[in-house]
Design a protein around this ligand. Structure first.
Ligand code: ADP
Ligand code: MG
Length: 690
């Protein structure tokens, strides 16, 4: 087949360019067809300056009113233009004398770029522009301009040329249609070749709004196939796991029963149900792959502990991995307390551990003296060899990626036996999204909070009334309660982050001289951090000033008041997680969201969602709508799939049909399944050896 030919067969592609293209995952001519435009630019119409909107990329024409250089930290060239309906500023940070000279007052120019709100009305920074000759009209394109994903040193023009050549080849040898005809017919979808041709070169009469929104049938055709590819790939991971061997954990029922009986509380019905799911899975000779969803405070840790105990009672090792040191330390402490009567002492492994201690842990992990291991992602790094790993628990899974999940799984493989895997998350997600993200896992939900919890009351207060909040902290602490003061998250700067925390700490120690106040931030040495947390947990400290390092999992039931500074800067799920640190005891808890006025629309919306509900499911749904699934699932940090055409929110409605199609294909055609996965995820599938 022509399309299977190497890229070097195309005109203008030598070894050097082929190398660069490889970085984009392009190896064959066929691959180019699936390098779809990231977006389209609409240069089909001129926008009146008076009706520009911030955040859009627009084509504008106008007459230069003035051009001047100004100093704002560095030299700027500012050009003001007008088209009679309004004025627009063009701002250049890099410019030559020649350029400067082009912008004579009275000259007509046309420009294109992202419109943003500046100090004096709308502006475009570094627009593409052209100076028009006398009586020359600004030209518009007659179709949408495709913009391809960028790679270093390959320009858009070049990518357009290459895709042109690939499209020509395609007309002679169209790529194989991999979707079952029944599916495309049912959904009324265009053929693959038609869809590809359309998306690479939208015709002049394309519905611009639909194309920009990503809802055109041709886009949906490809989104469907892409979602299908990801889904199939995860399902293959799962099928593979199901066919692998694991140690069936069937002993130790008595130990588990006694442990549950001796707990200081009674398991909720939901916890008991999930424990049963887990114990059933563990008894199978194939690895468990189970996800537990449960809102903050629903009591996931003890469920994990029961699973670990079961594994240990059956003579295999159990490991629990948490996303932060603070959380891992806390688990280590809870597990130490719970398991001490049974003579089980957890081993510790983290990145910041001293060499000697680490060496000791590694030895105990390798020779099996460590039955239970608690740690951070250091657990699945090089040089950690388990003796007989039978169960892996991953807490707050949304902080890790699929990769890490797979890596830890592969680690435990010994004598053909894979470890069982239990994954926990406090981010409940809508069903269609869960289908796409966790198709390799079985799911259990803890949909009930321990009894006696009172919902946290949440209020939002402008920063100008900070003194009232300080008073409130004082009276809560005077009444024997404890409080958290969470400091603003300053992205990109750990230094600013901790300085902000130190500043709040200084302010609070001065305002509240009689309180015992502690400070914890990410820059502290682990031992210091731990000392601070421990003192707070034991009640020696009444008010804990902290950065968002305490976000996940920290559990101090006597803390009933939480102040969150600059709440307007944080995401919904993050605020919900933070708020989940209070409301863990019997006392009525409060959360105060301090914000800097004025609030933007989205920030206002977020704060009001939190005031209205304590239900993590609703919070997640709203977060999804406001921010998108990447942020919600932690895609950003972890490399969960970045889709090329699909968008999980927009295309969620496709998921049920994706699922049906996938099940059908898996029953009937392994070859097709492999081809679809390869087409969209490449040879080296993201999810390991599928
Ligand atoms: P999360 O699900 O957020 O990880 P934790 O496991 O930290 O929640 O549990 C929160 C608190 O609830 C802990 O103090 C824990 O000991 C307590 N807890 C867990 N289960 C129960 C229960 N069935 N009854 C009472 N308290 C419980
Ligand atoms: Mg937890």
């Amino acid at each position: 087949m022509l399309s299977d030919s190497p890229l070097t067969e195309l005109k203008g592609v030598g070894e050097a360019l082929a190398k660069k293209l490889e970085k984009l995952g392009l190896h064959r001519v066929d691959d180019l067809l699936f390098l779809l435009p990231l977006r389209y630019e609409d240069r089909t119409q001129l926008i009146k300056i008076g009706s520009l909107q911030a955040g859009t990329r627009s084509l504008v024409t106008g007459e230069v009113l003035l051009a001047e250089t100004a100093f704002r930290g560095r030299r700027n060239l500012l050009v003001r233009i007008s088209d009679g309906s309004g004025q627009l500023t063009l701002r250049f940070f890099h410019f030559s004398r020649t350029q400067q000279a082009q912008f004579q007052p009275g000259a007509h120019i046309t420009c294109f770029g992202e419109v943003r709100r500046g100090k004096n009305g709308f502006e475009i920074i570094h627009p593409e522009y052209r100076v028009l000759r006398k009586n020359q009209d600004a030209t518009t394109s007659d179709s949408l301009t495709p913009i391809y994903p960028a790679t270093e040193g390959v320009q858009q023009r070049r990518l357009r040329n290459l895709t042109d050549q690939a499209l020509q080849q395609m007309s002679r040898a169209p790529p194989q249609e991999l979707l079952p005809a029944a599916t495309t017919e049912k959904l009324g979808m265009p053929s693959l070749a038609d869809a590809l041709a359309y998306l690479h070169r939208p015709p002049p009469d394309a519905d611009v709004q639909q194309m920009l929104a990503g809802t055109h049938p041709c886009q949906q055709r490809l989104a469907f196939e892409e979602l299908l590819a990801h889904y199939l790939s995860l399902r293959k991971v799962r099928a593979l796991a199901a066919s692998e061997g694991a140690v069936a954990l069937r002993e130790g029922n008595e130990d588990v029963g006694n442990f549950i009986d001796d707990l200081p509380f009674k398991l909720t019905a939901a916890q008991q149900r999930v424990v049963n799911d887990i114990l059933n899975d563990l008894a199978e000779p194939h690895p468990m792959m189970r996800l537990i969803q449960g809102d903050v405070g629903s009591g996931k840790t003890v469920v994990a502990a029961i699973a670990c105990l079961k594994a240990i009672a059956c003579g295999v090792q159990a490991a629990i991995m948490a996303p932060t040191e603070i959380l891992a330390e806390q688990h280590w402490r809870s597990f130490s307390d719970w398991f001490q009567p049974l003579g089980i002492e957890p081993a510790w492994l983290s990145g910041s551990q001293r060499v000697v201690a680490r060496r000791e842990s590694l030895a105990a992990i390798a020779d099996g003296t460590a039955q239970l291991i608690v740690g951070t992602h250091a657990l699945f790094q090089e040089g950690v060899d388990f003796h007989r790993l039978g169960l892996v628990v991953i807490d707050e899974q949304h902080r890790f990626g699929v990769h890490q999940r797979m890596a830890l799984r592969d680690k435990g493989v010994a004598q053909g036996a894979h470890p069982h895997q239990l994954v926990m998350t406090a981010t409940p997600i809508p069903r269609t999204l869960a289908m796409a993200a966790y198709a390799d896992l079985d799911t259990s939900v803890i949909d009930e909070l321990p009894p006696g919890r009172q919902p946290v009351t949440t209020i939002a207060i402008p920063e100008s009334r900070r003194h009232e909040v300080v008073e409130r902290v004082l009276s809560a602490c005077a009444a024997g309660q404890q409080a958290y003061w969470v400091c603003p998250l300053i992205e990109e700067s750990e230094v600013l982050d901790y300085q902000a925390a130190e500043a709040s700490y200084a302010m609070l120690t001065e305002a509240l001289p009689d309180l015992r106040i502690g400070l914890v931030h990410g820059r502290m040495r682990p031992a210091e951090k731990e000392r601070g947390m421990k003192a707070f947990k034991e009640g020696l400290i009444q008010l804990l000033v902290a950065t968002t390092v305490i976000e996940v999992g920290v559990d101090v039931p006597n803390a009933s008041l939480m102040i969150i500074e600059n709440a307007e800067r944080m995401g919904l799920s993050q605020l919900h997680q933070l708020r989940g640190r209070v409301g863990r005891g019997a006392a009525q808890s409060h959360c105060v969201l301090l914000y800097k006025a004025p609030l933007g629309r989205i920030a206002k919306e977020r704060l009001s969602v939190l005031r209205e509900t304590n239900d993590g499911f609703i919070v997640a749904q709203r977060d999804l709508e406001l921010r998108g699934p990447g942020e919600l699932l932690g895609t950003r940090q972890t490399g969960l799939p970045e889709y090329r055409v699909a968008n999980l929110i927009r295309d969620a409605a496709l998921m049920p049909q994706v699922q049906i199609t996938a099940e059908g294909l898996m029953r009937t055609s392994d070859v097709r399944v492999a081809a679809i996965v390869r087409r969209w995820l490449g040879d080296a599938s993201r999810y390991g050896k599928v």
